[in-house]
Design a binder for this molecule. Structure first.
Ligand SMILES: [Zn+2]
Length: 113
């Protein structure tokens, strides 16, 4: 997306549905991250890991970082406060969603142009 966008939901029932969906999606991502961490640690604590195991644990680590970054930039979670219960703003220069509260309080960090 290239445009600055704000999504407001005023209806209480719709807000609850949105928040529950965000929670479920975030939880699924965190569950996957935890399972990848467990797999990675299983390899890291071995005395002599093979080359293929070393590559596998690097792949797990790359997927963990990718999932964390994707979640942080998604509309499911504010990239600043990591809250999931506020209306969100898409900021094209950051290619990420942030909540209205963080934007109002000027808490969002923008890189120098
Ligand atoms: Zn926020």
């Amino acid at each position: 997306m290239k445009k600055y966008r704000v999504i407001f939901i005023h209806d209480t029932k719709l807000r609850r549905i949105r928040d529950n969906l965000r929670f479920l999606i975030s939880q699924a991502v965190w569950d996957r991250i935890e399972s990848l961490r467990a797999l990675r640690e299983g390899i890291l604590w071995k005395d002599n890991e093979s080359q293929s195991e070393h590559e596998k644990q690097l792949d797990y680590y790359a997927e963990i970082l990718d999932l964390q970054e994707s979640l942080k930039k998604s509309i499911c979670m504010c990239g600043t406060c990591q809250g999931i219960e506020n209306d969100m703003i898409y900021i094209p220069s950051l290619k990420a969603w942030h909540c209205v509260k963080c934007d109002t309080k000027n808490l969002i960090w923008y890189p120098a142009p």
